[in-house]
Design a protein. Structure first.
Lengths: 247, 254
């Protein structure tokens, strides 16, 4: 048993590498924050494209649905590898974009942010869609009958109501996103799990990886509790017969 | 006679294989109140929704102030892209379920469209909304949210919201059907007042008393066609058609 504890919970190893792991975890958070903002925007854009009315927009809806389906159906890791292993070699793209070093962040950082945005944007589009479809059709009709265009109705009437119904599923996606920032380690961004793996490789001890996992838990566990609270509060609202959220 | 405010000619509306309107002709004069009666599924709500192009008809013509609103690019395809501004700025609609915007205050419900669609300034829109809400008896509810209001109050806000766009025609789609009985009167009174001010109104209703008192014309629909129409006293008291008699018998039996 003590061998098990030594392998996974060696406090000397944890202490020796604490600041490296923490630095790595800040990189996870930095990927997360920027990707999360982009995901929230890109997901909404996709959801709106998917809701465009009429025959004219059939191709747009079709392409959007195809995009959402494909990016939800392939592993994030594949997208990360295809972007980081492909874009740098596409000579027709200007070098500053092909190999970005914006805001002092290295290119693997931006490849990771892009890959996560592409994939999680698709997931988030489905969350927005659930919220939009939960709004009674009469709201759109009332807005249209007052002369608003489809997009005005979406912006002023439908979306503001839709987002109040989806905080729980939205947070769930963001929790997944934070966890998947660890995948960017495979393209040599020095995030916490990659640092932990380096420690494992030189010391044959897993404690540094446990430490990285613990840092994720500090953020994700309270968020998971928050999701639970939001769902419970929503159920109470439904029981009282007022707003309905999409759980 | 002057050009009718609204003229429907051979209007057909289908939902897939289901034909809801099977050729409707109707003239509505300026300032006239037309009450549309009929059993559920007779197409009366669909008729209203055709008039403001929420459900564009597949066949037939609708003339609004002499202009054919069914003609133009995209007509008949189900695209809602033609003549929409012309129609929606002239035709206001009030719904059975009120459809107030629950995330906006009473005031914002009324000012939203004038600001966003007509480009009115906030001050101007608020002044107008205040006057309208006072007129429907809700001057003290400006900053309330819809869920705090009774059904009758919500429906009066919905009427004020439609009036804020200065429509030439108002459509009322069973606006008292979702209300508790004691709240019906306040909404009907608001509509009475509007009629007396000369608003052109198309009113789908089950309120026979209102139709008789306020209506200039009563239209009885069944099975997607107009079965009988005429002055309220004629249609309601001396119906000619069997279907009208049967329907009125069932309604008045209550």
């Amino acid at each position: 048993m003590s061998e098990f504890f030594h392998q996974y919970f060696d406090f000397h190893v944890m202490g020796a590498h604490f600041s490296e792991i923490l630095d790595g975890f800040f990189k996870n958070l930095l990927v997360f924050v920027v990707a999360a903002l982009l995901v929230l925007a890109w997901g909404l854009a996709l959801a709106l494209l998917r809701q465009l009315p009429g025959r004219k927009f059939l191709p747009v809806r079709g392409l959007t649905i195809a995009y959402i389906d494909v990016f939800r159906a392939i592993p994030v890791l594949i997208v990360i590898l295809l972007i980081s292993g492909g874009i740098p070699f596409l000579q027709f793209i200007p070098k500053d974009i092909r190999i970005p070093h914006w805001f002092g962040q290295p290119d693997p950082y931006w490849y990771g942010v892009l890959a996560l945005t592409l994939v999680y944007g698709a997931y988030m589009a489905e969350v927005y869609r659930a919220g939009i479809e939960a709004i009674p059709g009469g709201q759109m009709e009332a807005a249209r009958s007052l002369g608003m265009s489809h997009m005005q109705a979406m912006r002023h009437v439908i979306v503001p109501q839709a987002i109040t119904k989806i905080p729980a599923p939205m947070l769930n996606e963001l929790i997944s996103l934070l966890k998947d920032t660890s995948l960017v380690g495979v393209i040599a961004l020095g995030e916490s799990v990659l640092v932990g793996r380096e420690v494992l490789a030189e010391s044959f001890n897993s404690s540094a990886i446990i430490l990285a996992g613990a840092m994720f838990l500090v953020i994700t566990l309270p968020l998971a509790r928050l999701v639970d609270y939001l769902i419970k509060r929503n159920q109470a609202k439904i029981a009282r017969g007022s707003h309905i959220e999409v759980a | 006679m002057a050009e009718p405010m609204l003229r429907l000619q051979g209007v057909h509306k289908r939902f897939g294989a289901l034909e809801v309107l099977k050729g409707v002709d109707l003239d509505v004069q300026r300032g006239e109140v037309v009450c549309i009666l009929g059993p559920s599924g007779s197409g009366k709500s669909t008729l209203l929704r055709c008039v403001n192009l929420l459900e564009p008809p597949e066949e037939g013509e609708i003339f609004l102030e002499g202009k054919d609103i069914c003609k133009g690019p995209g007509s008949g395809t189900g695209e809602q892209s033609w003549n929409l501004d012309f129609v929606r700025q002239r035709v206001g609609m009030v719904f059975q379920q009120f459809n107030l915007f629950p995330h906006k205050s009473v005031m914002e419900n009324v000012t939203m469209a004038p600001e966003k669609v007509l480009g009115r300034s906030k001050t101007e829109a608020r002044e107008k909304a205040t006057a309208l809400l006072e007129r429907v008896g809700l001057g003290d509810k400006l900053n309330q949210y819809p869920e705090r209001l009774s059904g009758g109050q919500q429906q009066r806000v919905a009427i004020a919201r439609a009036l804020a766009m200065e429509p030439h025609v108002m459509l009322f789609d069973e606006v008292t059907s979702a209300l508790d009985p004691e709240l019906v009167k306040e909404v009907l009174d608001t509509m009475r007042e509007l009629a007396s001010e000369g608003m052109t109104m198309l009113v789908v209703t089950h309120e026979m008393g209102f139709a008789k008192e306020v209506g200039d014309q009563v239209v009885f629909m069944d099975g997607g066609v107009i079965v009988e129409q005429g002055r309220p006293a004629d249609v309601l008291d001396n119906p000619r058609e069997e279907r009208t008699k049967k329907f009125l018998g069932l309604v008045l039996e209550r």
